[in-house]
Design a protein around this ligand. Structure first.
Ligand code: AMP
Length: 421
């Protein structure tokens, strides 16, 4: 098969690493990719949001399957473009990707289909939002409706702060993404991410993980795209998985189909779990980054038949995927200054060494200088991932590897997976 993989982050490096192991693969083309992926496929300099360029590339390489990594490409309508060309695409159409792109859409959808989530109201008017805040107790959860690179959620401890957030968001802090806001009930419990593959009709569970969103140790500092992950996650028991499937994922896939937007691709449910009961925090329309990295390390089955079946409506023909018993941990090595203003261009030494069979380093924001050196070119730069008999062993291996990388311009959290230990 000829496969076009879209994206350039650690998530896509992990997908490329797994796809490249498939005996079904003939040719892997990655657009635009990153330096770490160059040994796995052919890199082509087409941006993930350049829908016309990607469509032309898919035709040129006679792609049998297009695999979409990032949400930005989905929101631009890459799925729709591939459908027009008759090319199988792993990733939802734009109308279905609303499950991620519009929190107001998703909250209304959950109400229509009785999917457990925080109670909420949607506003585009600051006065009405202020009045609503007065009707309930802090903490207040205020969210921009649209895509805001993971930054569009504010949790306010008091009314004054909440009003300031409401006014800033409706005043245009996130541009069109915050023209509407959602104000919702604060949920308590433990968070986890559960992934399902969907083909428009059927969904199958495809792994679970927990992540660390705050920048610094002890879950302090600003929210980030994610500083580390581990899988399995102790809070995600078999019973929680069953309930997630029955109460959240299955009604979602059925509801999307019934409403005329069949959902295919990966459905990533961010959950809040309390007393064994999962509630939906949010949906994403793609794999998590860095959750994908630990899932790919743990996935034993060939991924390609699953991606193709999800894209072509044939998931029910496949058995549940097989997983390695081993645990996996991913530690993100980020550029100093991340997430607000990461410093670009610093030299990284030793990241491409052989760390042994249990450690894999995925690249995210890296670039290769003319002299062959590796340099930082983004916020989250490297993902140091390891497998082990249990979370502790996997974590120790990841930290032993990261200690060998010489990058004074970077920082990482030293407590990834502490909750599982
Ligand atoms: P989201 O982008 O919707 O996943 O929100 C980002 C983070 O904000 C989540 O991972 C939670 O830690 C927190 N959060 C979002 N919604 C709620 C809520 N209703 N109650 C408590 N925490 C929340």
């Amino acid at each position: 098969m000829n496969i076009l993989l879209i994206g350039s982050g650690g998530r896509e490096h992990a997908l490329a690493w797994k796809i490249a192991q498939s005996p079904l693969l003939k040719r892997l083309v990655i657009a635009p990719g990153n330096p770490g992926m160059s040994g796995l496929g052919e890199l082509r300099a087409v941006k993930a949001t350049d829908v016309a360029g990607l469509a032309a590339l898919a035709q040129e390489i006679k792609a049998d399957l297009v695999v979409v990594g990032p949400e930005s490409a989905l929101a631009e309508g890459i799925g729709d473009a591939m459908q027009r060309l008759g090319i199988a695409c792993f990733g939802p159409l734009k109308a279905a990707a609303q499950l991620e792109a519009s929190k107001a859409f998703t909250k209304d959808f959950c109400k229509r289909h009785a999917i457990p989530t925080a109670a909420s109201e949607t506003f585009d008017n600051a006065a009405e939002a202020r009045d609503f805040l007065k009707t309930y107790a802090p903490p207040y959860v205020i969210k921009a409706d649209g895509l805001a690179a993971g930054k569009g959620v504010a949790i306010s401890p008091d009314y004054q702060d909440a009003v300031a957030e409401v006014e800033a968001m409706l005043g245009g802090r996130y541009g069109p993404a915050s023209q509407q806001i959602v104000i919702e009930e604060f949920m308590t419990g433990e968070e986890a991410s559960v992934f399902a593959l969907c083909d428009g009709e059927t969904s199958i569970l495809f792994g679970w993980a927990q992540d660390h969103k705050r920048a610094f140790d002890g879950d302090t500092g600003p929210n980030t795209g994610g500083m580390g992950t581990y899988s399995p996650a102790p809070v995600v028991t078999d019973a929680v998985l069953r309930r997630t499937q029955d109460e959240i994922l299955t009604p979602t896939v059925r509801g999307m189909k019934a409403e005329g937007h069949p959902y295919k691709g990966v459905l990533y449910a961010g959950l809040m779990i309390e007393d064994g009961a999962p509630r939906l925090v949010e949906y994403n329309a793609r794999f998590g980054d860095p959750e994908c990295q630990v899932l790919m390390l743990r996935l034993k089955s060939d991924i390609v038949p699953y991606l193709l079946a999800a894209a072509t409506g044939r998931l029910r023909d496949l058995p549940p995927p097989q997983w390695h018993d081993q645990a996996a941990v991913c530690v993100v090595f980020a550029a100093k200054g991340y997430p607000d203003s990461p410093l670009s261009g610093s030299l990284i030494r030793g990241a491409e060494a052989d760390f042994g069979p249990d450690v894999t380093v995925f690249h995210a924001g890296t670039t290769r200088g003319a002299d062959g050196t590796l340099r930082a070119a983004g916020g989250r730069v490297l993902n140091i991932c390891a497998r082990g008999a249990d979370i502790r062993e996997a974590r120790d291996r990841a930290y032993a590897a990261i200690a060998q990388i010489d990058w004074p311009g970077g920082f990482y959290r030293t407590d990834i997976a502490h909750r599982a230990l």
